[in-house]
Design a protein around this ligand. Structure first.
Ligand code: SF4
Ligand code: SF4
Length: 337
């Protein structure tokens, strides 16, 4: 029988867990959504990381990822947790890094790649004009080559914005050095340190009437144990935190909280858009006509003071409607059989 505290049917949006191992980073990118940098002093404890991985395995999660700040600044912690995730049977184990470790000596790089080969399924490297101010492209490519040699999947993620620091000019500057590599380009959204960048550089080409939440079902835990309901880089500044995993289990925090109702509503595309219309028209929250992604809207709405209280009644209704919709769909499906 399903646990009364965590029903997969009710919270089926969650399939993955991201552990933010530290807020320390060798870089201080001007757009860092998490405001990380060399002075970051928080590091997740090994015991907390292991406990969370145990819980993720018990909940049937298919993915555990580690990120930072820069996870390679705490390599022992990073490797021990990834190796543990493999040991307990988590199928997908990922690392998000800025690739600075590509500058390590031949021997140290080989050792790291060999150890990664034994425990990860994918490495994503963030690199663009902003990261390149701190991490030379040559280091990133050297890291990527070391991964390729070990047949470890790797992708390079490039932030896009208008102007000379956009993905186009940056990738053009790579010329043939960038060929035959896997890049993924994403629109930069104005949260975290990026809030201080000029508004006009953000590519807001999506109509908020058609955008939605692409949460991918990933929870994120910060080094101090705060649990966020999505891995959006803006989540730390929003009022959508689910609690702290130091004082409760993952499943305890996932069960029955109003934030979980909100997440279930947001993860349904139609309900997401209905809610954003409500926020704009009924709550009077100023939302731009065009956005870079759904997170852009969330960031504007969920930073408002007292927002969770203001939307509580709406969310209870919307969540009820969502459950009814799911029930009708299920009944309809059974009748069609
Ligand atoms: S964006 Fe990434 S590399 Fe840059 S400061 Fe933040 S965590 Fe570090
Ligand atoms: S749209 Fe909102 S809930 Fe969805 S991933 Fe972005 S910030 Fe999180």
């Amino acid at each position: 029988m399903a646990s009364p505290r965590y029903s997969k049917e009710k919270y089926m949006v969650y399939r993955g867990l991201t552990l933010m191992l530290t807020n320390r980073c060798n870089a201080s990118c001007a757009f860092c959504g998490l405001r990380c940098g060399p002075s970051g002093d928080q590091v997740m404890s090994l015991s907390l990381g292991r406990r969370l991985i145990d819980e993720a395995a018990a909940l049937g999660f298919e993915r555990v990822g580690v990120t930072g700040g820069e996870p390679f600044l705490v390599p022992n912690l990073m490797f021990e947790l990834l190796e543990y995730a493999k040991e307990v049977g988590i199928p997908k184990r990922t690392v998000a890094t800025n690739g600075f470790w590509g500058s390590w000596s031949e021997e140290k790089l080989e050792e790291a790649a060999e150890r990664l080969k034994a425990c990860v399924t994918h490495v994503s490297v963030s690199h663009d004009a902003f990261h390149a101010e701190y991490v030379p492209t040559e280091s990133v490519f050297r890291a990527a080559d070391a991964l390729a040699e070990k047949k470890i999947e790797c992708s390079i993620h490039v932030a896009d914005l208008y102007g000379e620091k956009g993905a186009g000019p940056f990738m053009a500057s790579l010329a043939e050095r960038g060929m035959y590599r896997v890049f993924s380009v994403y629109p930069l959204a104005p949260y975290g340190r990026a809030e201080d960048l000029p508004r006009e550089i953000f590519i807001r080409s999506e109509s908020w009437d058609t955008t939605s939440c692409n949460t991918c079902g990933i929870l994120a835990v910060s080094p101090d144990g705060t649990l966020f309901p999505c891995c959006s880089l803006g989540s730390q500044d929003m009022k959508l935190c689910l609690g702290n995993v130091n004082t409760s289990s993952l499943s305890g925090l996932l069960a029955g909280t109003r934030e979980m109702q909100v997440m279930n509503v947001l993860s349904d595309p139609e309900s997401f858009r209905d809610f954003m219309r409500y926020a704009k028209e009924e709550l009077g929250i100023e939302l731009p006509e065009k956005v870079s992604c759904g997170c852009d809207l969330c960031y504007l709405v969920f930073r408002q003071a007292g927002i969770m209280e203001r939307i509580q009644a709406y969310m209870e209704r919307a969540y009820g409607n969502l459950l009814l919709k799911a029930l009708f769909k299920k009944v309809g499906g059974e009748q069609d059989k």
